[in-house]
Design a protein around this ligand. Structure first.
Ligand code: C2E
Ligand code: CA
Ligand code: CA
Length: 278
């Protein structure tokens, strides 16, 4: 129905059917990966802006086919969302990340772990119960878990959203507002939803050194968040100049290639050891 023309005819541009063939292929690969344990998480360091050491990690999904990385998250997450597969995939990622964080905690590295949550996964009726089950099952200290929600995720939750967010926080889990600054309602979201932190979108960070307006907006966002007692995490930090700016502006944490790209857990563990976190 969506593609109906003015007179009720359907028009299929060649690129449209191509796209759906591509997404069909991704769907098959995703189903296969779920069944054959071919999904992986990589971990990107989150560092303390002042002290520079690793205090956490963001878990990011990777999809492998016969040992090779085939699609990027920007390609397969939308397909997973369209097909509903994101509910199983997201649950898998949450459990896997909690198990990993629990292992690191046992080994003397009590770092926090951040996991991305999709709208559909969040909306799903059993979300809280699954989360609670995973925490019980893995024994992870809930204060070491942080869920990253976007404006889109918050919007999808409907009337029950605030209640659900409160419940999650009462369980001891932290919440952060991801991709902050890109949505229409970022500011009102900060006021209405009980979150502990916000993550400044990469696009802002990219431009702060070149563009005075972006610099001013970013500084204002950080100042406002700090006055509301929220942590502020800058993502996509690639240069020393950006890092110095963000630190001076009052950012509490940073992520980005300057501190480390997402990496497999073994690599991350090496970083933790030299981090002096022992
Ligand atoms: P995101 O949550 O905004 O994650 C940050 C993305 O920026 C990651 O891309 C990361 O690899 C990349 N990045 C980190 N530092 C830098 C930097 O310094 N420069 C640049 N240019 N990029 C940097 P990635 O891993 O490809 O993931 C893309 C998106 O896919 C994520 O964006 C997130 O929205 C989604 N995603 C990834 N894993 C999951 C997951 O487990 N569940 C859900 N629902 N979404 C996920
Ligand atoms: Ca994120
Ligand atoms: Ca982002």
């Amino acid at each position: 129905v969506k593609n109906q023309g003015r007179d009720g005819y359907c028009f299929y541009a060649p690129e449209m059917s191509q796209r759906s063939a591509a997404s069909q292929r991704i769907e098959n690969v995703l189903r296969h990966a779920l069944m054959h344990d071919e999904l992986r998480l990589q971990y990107q360091p989150k560092v303390d802006a002042k002290l520079g050491h690793i205090v956490g990690a963001e878990a990011l999904l990777r999809l492998y086919v016969q040992g090779e990385e085939m699609f990027t998250p920007d390609q397969f997450i939308p397909v997973a969302e369209d097909t509903g597969l994101i509910v199983s995939i997201g649950t898998w990622a949450l459990r896997e990340a909690c198990m990993q964080a629990r292992t690191w905690q046992r080994e003397g590295h009590p770092i926090s772990i951040s996991v991305n949550v999709s709208p559909l996964q969040f909306q799903y009726a059993g979300f809280y119960e699954r989360l609670d089950g995973i925490l019980n099952e893995t024994g992870l200290d809930p204060s070491l878990l942080e869920l990253e929600l976007t404006e889109r995720t918050m919007m999808s939750g409907g009337d029950g959203t605030i209640r659900l967010l409160r419940r999650i926080r009462q369980r001891g889990v932290r919440l952060s507002l991801d991709d902050f600054g890109t949505g229409y309602n970022s500011l009102s979201y900060l006021k209405h939803f009980p979150v502990d932190a916000l993550k400044i979108e990469r696009a802002f960070v990219r431009d702060i050194a070149q563009d005075a307006e972006t610099a001013a907006i970013t500084r204002a966002i950080i100042g406002m968040a700090r006055s509301l007692n929220k942590d502020v995490i800058a993502e996509g930090v690639e240069t020393e100049v950006q890092s110095a700016f963000l630190r001076d502006a009052g950012c509490s944490h940073m992520q980005g290639f300057l501190f480390g790209a997402p990496m497999p857990p073994e690599k991350f563990e090496e970083r933790l050891t030299i981090n002096g976190n022992l």
